[in-house]
Design a protein. Structure first.
Length: 210
């Protein structure tokens, strides 16, 4: 069974690594202030980290109020309960939606219009995706439901992903198919061990992306 959460670094360490993604490792108070006002993606992440901190300490109403302000200021809706690893980069914040149960690893990249959320079902279950480390989700893509996106995977623009994606793979289309698997990367496609996970390499053998 997969871990439903990751050990979280201290607040300021996460912020420091977020800043390091913006400009070749430059850090410091002045650079942080500049980035907050000049980069809506960083602002969205920073406000989420504050809201998440409030949420973890039981101040849920304050967390929700701050999230509402973040939506108005950045165009990104990131629920305060979502768990986001350090070093996230949001290149364009408008239209991004990250649901309550989402878990994102370290060093990930999201482009505009990305949705990470639940897939509605008849039994009213609320299950969300887990992203590994160094995952890239391109513009307009939707990653939905109780699935895992493996380390270093890439989800193409406007893809709709509803099944596990192995580590190092590229998933494109609606519904998404796996076009390439990096065999040197560890396979996290069956982290949940639910018995019916998608064997993308076998199902789409021979398809490659040049």
């Amino acid at each position: 069974m997969a871990e439903q959460s990751r050990s979280e670094l201290p607040f300021w360490e996460c912020v420091s690594q977020d800043l390091a993604r913006l400009a070749e490792g430059r850090r410091g108070f002045a650079w942080g202030v500049y980035s907050y006002f000049a980069d809506c993606g960083f602002k969205a992440i920073f406000l989420h980290r504050v809201a998440h901190l409030l949420y973890k300490h039981g101040h849920r109403r304050l967390a929700n109020l701050l999230t509402a302000q973040a939506i108005a200021r950045t165009g990104a809706e990131i629920k305060p309960a979502a768990t986001i690893g350090p070093g996230l980069e949001i290149k364009h914040s408008v239209g991004i939606v990250i649901g309550s149960g989402v878990v994102i690893g370290k060093g990930c990249t999201l482009l505009h219009g990305v949705t990470l959320g639940e897939k509605y079902s008849l039994n009213d279950s609320h299950l969300y995706p887990i992203l590994g480390d160094n995952v890239t989700i391109c513009a307009g893509a939707a990653v939905l439901g109780d699935i895992n996106i493996g380390d270093a995977a890439l989800v193409g623009a406007h893809a709709v992903v509803i099944r596990d994606v192995p580590a190092g793979a590229r998933a494109v289309g609606a519904p998404a198919v796996c076009l390439q698997v990096d065999k040197s990367a560890p396979d996290h496609s069956r982290m949940r061990g639910n018995g019916d996970s998608w064997d993308a390499e076998q199902e789409f053998r021979g398809l490659t992306l040049g």
